[in-house]
Every structure is written in C-alpha cells, then in structure tokens.
Design a protein around this ligand. Structure first.
Ligand SMILES: Nc1ncnc2c1ncn2[C@@H]1O[C@@H]2COP(=O)(O)O[C@H]2[C@H]1O
Length: 591
C-alpha cells in the first residue's frame, strides 16, 4: 500500500523527498507491524481460549444435563421492535415434587463417580436414608453406593428387567411401584388382582448377579418410577453381594429350619426345592396397623409370618345379621323381629359398606336418634328442661310448625311399621312414630330380616384370628373343594409383623404329596357373621352400661359440687348409647 502511494507522486517529488520518504516508510512500517502484532496476539489468545473451551466441552460430553421431559415446558414470546426473542420458563424446575428424588440429588447421580465431591456424596447419602433396603447397610457401604449409584426414571408399563435375560444391574426403588411377574412382557401384572408389588425402599435384581444366572422374573413399572441403579462392576467392587447374600439366606433359613413352627410343611422337601422357593421370596416389614392383604381368600400368595403378629379382620354387615335386628328392636322398642315375616328383598347394606372398606367406615351415632326419641318425652314430662335453641327463635318456630305439619301428613300417607293408628296411644308410641317418620323420609333400607332405618345400617370390622411368628395362612382354603371354601373377605393387618410372601401356584408346583396331605389336615374355620355380630353386641352392651354408670356417677358428683342436689336428670345422661367407632371396630383391650 505504501509503495503504491509513493509511485503515484510526481518524479521530482519522488527524488527530493527520499529522506523524508525513508523516514515515512519506517514510521508507517512500524505502525503496520505493530498492528499486525496486535492482530496476531489477538488471534493467538482467542485460539487458546477456544482450545480451552473445546477441551472442557469434550469432558462435558459425559455429563448429561437433566431435563424433566414428562411435562412440556411453557414458552413465552417477547417482541422487541423487529426482533423476536423467546424466553423459556420451565416450571418443572421450580415445582416441588413430593416423594421424588430431589433435583440436586439427581444432578449428583448424573455425574461420573470421580467427579462427585465428598459433600455431594454426603448429600446423596442423606437422601437415600429414606430407603429401607439402603438404610440397613453399613455406613461404609452406604458411602460407597452413594459414590457409584446412578438415576433412572421410567414410565408406567416400562419393563425394567426381562425374565431370562442376563443381568448387569441392581436397583433401588426411590419412587413408584414395580410388579414382579412370571411372564416376559409383564402384562400379567395389570391383569392379576394380586400382583407381587415392590414399593419405595425395596431393591431388586440381585439374584441374577449373585448366582450368575439369568433373570428369574420380569419387573415392570406400575406407575412412573424412579430408580437408583448399581452396575454389576460396582456391585461386586463394593462387596454388595456379601450383604445381599445374607438377605437371600434369610428366606432359605426360614423355610429350612423353621419347619417345626410351620407344621413340618417343608420337612420332606429336597434342598433344591427350598432353594428355588427362597429365590422367589422376599422378606417384607409392615408397621402396626398396615394392611398386608386385603382379601386373604382372593390373594394368590401364601403368607408366612417370620416376626411379630398379624390380625385377621372381617367386615360384618350388621344389617344382614338377625341378632342385630333383635338388638335394635330391644333398644328402640320397635315391633319385634319375626323370622316368619321376613322380606325377601335381597337389598342389604352390604354393598354400601363394601365401598367404605378401609379408608372410612360409617359413623353410626345412635345418640341423634335417641335424642329425637327422648327430647319430646322430656318436654312433656318435665317443663323445666331447656327448649332446643331453634324453638326459641320465632322465625324458626314457624318453619318448625310447617315441618311438623308436613311430617304429620307424611306419616298419614306412608305405611307404618306396626300399622297402628296415630293418636293418643301414649307418648312413647307417638315419639317412636316421630322417629320413624323422620327416618322414613330420609330413607330406610330393606334387609332379609325387615326394614331398617338407614341411620342404623352399620358394618363393623371384627377380629377373627391372630397369627403369630412361625405360622402361615392362605393355603388351606385354597386346597379345599370350591363348595367347602369360606368365600368371605378376610383382611390381614400387621401388628408390627415381618412376612414372606410365596405364590400359591409356585408352592403347589413344588409341593410333594406328603406336604399336601399335611395341609389338608389343617383346618381353619372362622365364626359365622351372626356369631361375630353377637360377640360384638355383647361387648357393646357392656360398653354402653359402663358409660352410663360413669356418666351417672360423674353427674351426681358435679351436681353436688356446683349446686345442691337436684332431682332432675340431666340431658346428657341419656346420650350414652352412641356407638364408639374405635372401640367397636377393633375390640380394644378395654373391651
Ligand atoms: N417373589 C418375589 N418378590 C420380590 N422380588 C422378587 C420375587 N421374585 C423375583 N424377584 C426379584 O425380581 C428380580 C428379577 O431379576 P433377578 O432374577 O436378578 O432378581 C429378582 C428379584 O430381585
């Protein structure tokens, strides 16, 4: 560029200004070199920075960022003049998902083991304390596992382990439920009424690793499931096999050496059969009050109690029990139950109460009925009794009068229990009809033993048996012919028990004739529903009596303390026959 400029000058000017030109060249050159140097330096620095970034990124290739893929991320658009910028906001990153593995812990598990800092391992260890199977390991093993464990999330119906495949992984369940099935695709889990389920805190996939065999079962997700995975190399490097061998040995030892308690059921079994059932079993712990099996008869498993106690409960539909009707008649002074005049309606309260099952059960408080029954009586007999608050209010009084009229009209229209005319047949009769009229308007149910107010339709859970460590249940009924089986629903509830579940068909497949003969001799018969109802009512009568006595004594005491003894009975002395739901249902020790 400089030479071009110089040549373009006139000839004379070219000679005379040679020195100047010389000076100018060196000055310009200097500037050019300087800028060239700066550019080169710039390029060198930039290339070095790029190289560092590139090397860093190469390492990051191993690191997968976590995306919560389950729900689409919401995107907001912002328009700025001509430009259109997209701001994205993933609300999943801010959403607290209860019971799921925290995001921070997931990020740690996604890192390579050597990248995890001591602080991160500790944090992960703390999160994993929630898992029972993990918590039971020594602190050292817990630390080693937290170093190598990785995270995986699967959706419903996803097969995690396929039966017959070689195994390279061991799993802990952090969230969700999986089913263990005998078929390859795991479909049976969704058809089986009683599949083998493993939940949060359980671990699986150890058998193929410990024995070096193929997978003995298929494991499929029943819902979205979060797992923590240990690879085969880490499994053995951290001596996890030694710990799990102990667990596997537990079931084997129970079947092999607890035969005395188990009525010698397994005494004649060859070694390999016991080993085989031990491979298909798992010890499970249940806290007190937890339901182990919802229907023992329907269940496809035999339950062996290894530790603690269990209770067998049965829901008795009182409306279907003649003893209950008799008792109601006595209590309410209703027309006596006559077995010859039963209504073959087939409509009972059973369906209604089946729906309630465990989550809730009907609160049957007879005190309301009793107060309806007693208040008018008291009103007639003793003017000193306080009027109900709604009667005091004039506005309510009008409504009340209207209601009374309506009730009277209804009573005339609707056929009554005893077909007796309404009139002055005594206060008691009137009140009784009053009660019935009110109830009839609300609903009555027809039972095989007569009509019953809906408010008195009750069902109670009664304890029918107690099972202790070393005992088992679920097979004797299964071996009986269909017509001899007790098809009623029995619930097994833990009282701090530890159990082993074994599939009935697997047991039958391996059991020899001697075992089957022994089991045929074991007969468990539970009392009929009416017998259970009688037992319950007996206990209830005692409770009612006890409550009445206590109320009576306390009343007298309080009255003496507060004011001079009065002859008037107190209202709450009559509210003693409310059905105590806790006491009744579970036959507490004070029963
Ligand atoms: N009856 C069972 N109860 C619970 N888990 C089981 C049962 N049978 C098999 N499994 C688990 O299912 C896994 C399937 O793969 P593995 O054979 O490696 O290990 C098996 C056990 O961990």
């Amino acid at each position: 560029m400089y030479q071009m400029k110089w040549r373009m000058l006139p000839r004379n000017q070219q000679h005379c200004s040679w020195f100047d030109q010389k000076l100018a060249i060196s000055f310009d050159q200097q500037r050019t070199f300087k800028s060239l140097y700066e550019v080169t330096l710039d390029i060198m620095i930039k290339s070095r920075v790029c190289k560092i970034f590139w090397q860093g990124l190469r390492r990051f290739k191993e690191f997968q960022f976590i995306y919560v893929t389950t729900e689409a991320c919401q995107t907001f658009g912002v328009e700025e003049g001509e430009k259109y910028t997209k701001l994205s906001f993933n609300y999943n990153e801010f959403k607290i998902r209860k019971d799921h593995l925290p995001l921070r812990a997931i990020q740690i598990t996604k890192k390579k083991p050597e990248w995890r800092t001591e602080k991160e391992i500790k944090l992960l260890q703390n999160c994993l304390q929630l898992l029972e199977s993990y918590r039971n390991y020594s602190p050292n093993l817990q630390h080693l596992l937290a170093k190598v464990i990785r995270f995986e999330r699967f959706g419903r119906r996803r097969v995690i382990i396929k039966k017959g495949h070689y195994g390279n992984t061991f799993y802990f369940i952090y969230f969700g439920t999986v089913a263990v099935t005998e078929d390859e695709d795991g479909n049976s889990a969704f058809l089986d009424g009683d599949p083998t389920l493993l939940r949060k805190g359980a671990a699986f996939g150890e058998i193929a690793l410990l024995k070096g065999t193929r997978r003995v079962a298929t494991v499929v997700c029943m819902e979205e499931t979060e797992l923590l995975v240990v690879d085969k190399e880490d499994f053995f490097a951290n001596k996890l096999d030694e710990e799990l061998q102990k667990e596997l040995q537990y079931c084997y030892t129970f079947f092999k050496f607890t035969t005395k308690c188990l009525d010698d059921v397994f005494r004649t079994w060859p070694e390999y059969s016991i080993e085989k059932i031990a491979n298909h079993c798992r010890a499970e712990k249940f806290h007190s009050g937890q339901v182990i099996v919802r229907d023992i008869v329907e269940s496809t498993s035999i339950i062996f109690i290894t530790k603690g106690t269990c209770e067998v409960l049965h829901l008795v539909d009182l409306t279907a029990c003649p003893s209950y009707h008799k008792w109601i008649c006595q209590q309410m002074d209703l027309p006596k139950y006559n077995p010859h005049s039963t209504m073959e309606t087939g409509v009972t309260g059973r369906k209604k109460f089946n729906d309630f099952m465990w989550k809730s059960f009907p609160v049957q408080d007879l005190s309301n009925l009793k107060s309806l029954y007693i208040l008018p009586l008291k009103h007639h007999r003793d003017e000193c009794f306080k009027k109900p608050s709604h009667v005091i209010n004039g506005k309510h009084e009008n409504i009340n009068r209207k209601l009374e009229k309506q009730k009277r009209d209804d009573r005339n229209r609707v056929c009554r229990f005893d077909n007796s005319p309404i009139g002055d047949e005594g206060e008691r009769e009137v009140v009784q009809n009053e009660v019935l009229g009110l109830i009839r308007k609300k609903l009555t149910i027809l039972t095989p033993y007569g009509e019953l107010p809906t408010a008195l339709a009750a069902a109670v859970y009664t304890r029918v048996d107690e099972i202790h460590a070393g005992e088992f249940l679920g097979i004797s009924q299964h071996l009986l012919p269909e017509y001899m089986q007790d098809k009623r629903c029995f619930v097994l509830v833990s009282r701090g028990a530890e159990i082993i579940r074994l599939k009935k068909d697997r047991f039958e497949e391996l059991a020899d004739d001697t075992t089957i003969m022994k089991l045929h001799k074991i007969k468990t018969t539970y009392p009929s529903d009416d017998e259970l109802c009688q037992k319950f009512l007996k206990q209830n009568n005692w409770k009612m009596f006890r409550k009445d006595v206590v109320n009576l004594i306390l009343d007298q005491k309080f009255m003496m303390m507060a004011s001079p003894p009065s002859v008037k009975p107190k209202e709450d002395a009559n509210s003693s026959w409310s059905v105590n739901r806790a006491g009744k249902l579970f036959e507490t020790e004070d029963a």
